[in-house]
Design a protein around this ligand. Structure first.
Ligand SMILES: Cc1cc2nc3c(=O)[nH]c(=O)nc-3n(C[C@H](O)[C@H](O)[C@H](O)COP(=O)(O)OP(=O)(O)OC[C@H]3O[C@@H](n4cnc5c(N)ncnc54)[C@H](O)[C@@H]3O)c2cc1C
Ligand code: FES
Length: 255
């Protein structure tokens, strides 16, 4: 689907993090859309809400995300998609681990679980001001714990350290993780040590979003088609995972 939609609701979610709601039905948990801000740019955004009234949750990091963050109710944006392979939401005990705005695609997984009592959540951020979706996650899970790097709310330390402690405390069948790639790299190690399977959602520079241009390729896999969600076994074999990514000019830079 490719449509010009009107922003119907704007919610300040946390410091520099804004949710925009608009009518755009469809999508599976973990899928993303390409969002066009007229006159600025088109960027990939995970669906943080799915259904008749969709939503994206934007962290202001540059030109396009600043433009999205400044939109108001009634403004128009272009949305095409949904694209990509999202979460395989299994039955059994699940631990969701979100770093910062990485909670966005995890919320669509939480909305899709059959039995919220089987799911625990770690919401990590640099500080209390960047914690998002706490109340919403509580409604869709059994146990939500918070970590902040500076200790301003919840556990003082990383989301991965808290997740590792929870995996030592309880038995899980699957971990779903989204956040900065360096966090995901350590999450994968923690899951391996605990003997728990894991899926992670990756971000790469995207131009077409639909498998045509090759700008998002990591080790031969297109993040926009074969991902953005990958299983542990797939990312373990990626030489670039947790190390480097490509810039708009095609050169490599550290993640
Ligand atoms: C599948 C997918 C889902 C995403 N979901 C979300 C989300 O739910 N919420 C959210 O806030 N962000 C999300 N992102 C990241 C978002 O697309 C980038 O932050 C955005 O494109 C930056 O654009 P900009 O013009 O504001 O920043 P720029 O000025 O272009 O760059 C600022 C920073 O963002 C990085 N970046 C730039 N373009 C991209 C790009 N196309 N893809 C990834 N990183 C980029 C740059 O390396 C730089 O570090 C997602 C990315 C992908 C690939
Ligand atoms: S963004 Fe073009 S192939 Fe993935």
């Amino acid at each position: 689907m490719n449509d010009l939609v009107r922003v119907e609701e704007v919610v300040e979610q946390g410091r520099g993090i804004t949710t925009l709601r608009f009518r755009f039905p469809g999508g599976a948990p973990g899928q993303f859309v390409m969002v066009w801000v007229p006159g600025v740019d088109e960027v990939p955004m995970s669906l943080s809400y799915q259904g008749e009234m969709a939503g994206i949750t934007v962290k202001n990091v540059g030109e396009a995300t600043a433009a999205l963050s400044s939109l108001r109710e009634g403004d128009l944006i272009g949305v095409r998609g949904p694209y990509g392979k999202g979460w395989m939401v299994p039955k059994g005990r699940i631990l969701c681990v979100g770093g910062g705005v990485g909670m966005a695609p995890l919320m669509s997984a939480l909305d899709a679980v059959d039995d919220p009592s089987t799911v625990d959540v770690v919401i990590g951020a640099r500080d209390a001001g960047e914690i998002i979706f706490y109340e919403r996650a509580k409604e869709r899970s059994n146990d939500v714990r918070i970590s902040t790097d500076d200790g301003s709310r919840g556990f003082k330390g990383t989301a991965v350290a808290l997740a590792a402690a929870m995996m030592a405390e309880k038995k899980y069948d699957m971990v779903l993780g989204c956040g900065p790639e360096i966090m995901l790299r350590y999450l994968l190690v923690a899951c391996k040590e605990a003997g728990v399977r894991c899926q992670v959602s990756l971000e790469r520079l995207m131009k077409c979003g639909a498998g045509l241009c090759g700008s998002c390729v990591v080790d031969g896999l297109r993040v926009c088609v074969e991902g953005p969600v990958f299983f542990d076994k797939q990312v373990e074999g990626m030489s670039e995972f947790g190390r480097c990514k490509r810039t708009a000019s095609g050169s490599k830079t550290k993640v």
